[in-house]
Write a protein that binds this ligand. Structure first.
Ligand code: URA
Length: 431
């Protein structure tokens, strides 16, 4: 079949700062997915997009082309509205785990396709896979059944969903083009729109442990994604939230499941509870559910826990089974008395990753029990010798590199210096 364009012409157009036409975008995304445009040509185009940007029409068309590369799911068989949440990822960000069953308990259906972690931020599927028996891969029919029976499902995206993104994301990873806002926004939103959710709440993280450390760039990413969702008919809003300090008091797969279960039992760290409840209220409102049950109450009265147990069991997991525990641990203590005024999320995330909680290459295995317990957080007073972190791993030779990553991760002051941190909710952006 004769091709519509020559890839070189499309690359040259973006290199020379011209807008790409709808036809050029449709063709290049499709031809790359079919293997007609070579990796080296797509690499050059991605770099030209990173350097010269795309306008909103181009981003929207690029997103549609990625959606059209695969299947589109739909949930019309359900008797209630669907809503999902996407977080751009951070250290200790286990919010999805209590949030999905919580929103289900309050009356919406949550079809959530999640990913695995790469680098210093954890992945929801890796966390859930630390629960004995739990299965991430479901067929579309199984997904619908779990949703109908329990109100929430968290599972891996099948190969048929936005295959163009799978190829493009792997290429961006090795060509230093992950950071381009048009490419991040289209990558995330193509999957969320193809997933078929009726409403979407985005949690765009900012601060040292986030992908977008600069709040202004995080806002720009949030605005771009909200615009894409709204154009596609998905009720979309975004919160820009703090990731300068890790969320909660654990980072690592089984450790984060344990903390999520504490939240579902009506306890858990205040920041996790607050963000979970805020996001749940936003999701219910976006879905148009007139909730008779407030999310804060559903955490306290056991209804969210009940939905969690059903959701985990429906995917083969045993919610009562003991979680894996790492074989080795090491304590880090405070060097002086004073107030803990800073804890760097990125350093904690890298340390947890080096302990075995994360992976460096796609497909690598992670350790379920590896990670970090944080015994103190910014704003708390500590005494010299008091435990700040417990490091967990199955391989004790990992401690040295993890401890290197933690150097300078906390600051303790006894001079009355103020705790410097971002507010939990930095901004709210609606379509
Ligand atoms: N997550 C995605 O799915 N895509 C990106 O580009 C970045 C984060």
């Amino acid at each position: 079949m004769a091709e519509l364009f020559a890839a070189v012409e499309v690359i040259a157009a973006k290199r020379d700062k011209h807008e790409l036409s709808n036809e050029q975008i449709d063709w290049v995304v499709d031809a790359y997915t079919r293997g007609v445009v070579a990796d080296e040509q797509m690499s050059a185009l991605l770099m030209a997009i990173l350097l010269n940007g795309m306008n909103s029409r181009e981003i929207s068309r690029w997103t549609d082309a990625m959606i059209n590369s695969g299947e589109r799911m739909e949930w019309s068989a359900l008797d209630r509205p669907t809503v999902d949440k996407h977080s751009t990822g951070g250290v200790g960000d286990k919010i999805t785990l209590p949030l999905a069953p919580l929103v289900a308990a309050c009356g919406a259906a949550v079809p959530q396709l999640s990913g695995r972690g790469l680098g210093h931020t954890g992945g929801t599927l890796d966390k859930l896979e630390s629960i004995p028996g739990w299965r991430a891969s479901l067929s579309n029919a199984e997904m619908l059944k779990v949703l109908q029976d329990t109100g929430a499902v968290i599972c891996a995206a099948g190969a048929g969903l936005a295959p163009a993104d799978k190829k493009l994301y792997a290429l961006r990873d090795v060509t230093a083009t992950v950071e381009a806002i048009p490419l991040i926004a289209s990558s995330i939103m193509s999957k969320k729109i193809a997933e078929g959710t009726g409403a979407l709440v985005l949690d765009v993280k900012t601060g040292s442990g986030a992908f977008m450390s600069d709040p202004e760039r995080a806002r720009q990413l949030a605005r771009t994604m909200v615009e894409l969702g709204t154009r596609a008919g998905v009720k979309t809003l975004a919160l820009v939230t703090a990731m300068d300090v890790p969320l909660g008091r654990t980072a690592g797969n089984a450790l984060e499941v344990r903390e999520s279960v504490e939240v579902l039992a009506g306890g858990g760290p205040a920041d996790i509870v607050e963000l979970t409840v805020i996001l749940a209220r936003e999701m219910l409102q976006a879905a148009g559910v007139k909730a008779t049950l407030d999310p804060a109450d559903a955490l306290k009265n056991g209804q969210a826990m009940d939905h969690w147990r059903r959701m985990i069991s429906a995917q083969g997991g045993n919610p009562d089974a003991p979680l894996p525990v790492a074989t080795e641990n090491h304590e880090v203590v405070a060097e002086s008395d004073g107030e803990l005024i800073a804890m760097d999320a990125m350093k904690v995330g890298v340390a947890a990753w080096r302990l075995g909680a994360g992976r460096s290459r796609q497909g690598e295995k992670v350790q379920a029990g590896a990670g970090i317990d944080m015994h103190a957080k910014p704003g708390e007073m500590v005494k010299a010798g008091q435990k700040i972190f417990t490091l967990h791993t199955d391989e004790s030779d990992r401690f040295e590199r993890a401890l290197e990553a933690l150097e300078g991760a906390v600051r303790i002051s006894n001079t009355g210096e103020k705790v410097e941190r971002l507010p939990l909710i930095v901004d709210r952006i609606e379509g």
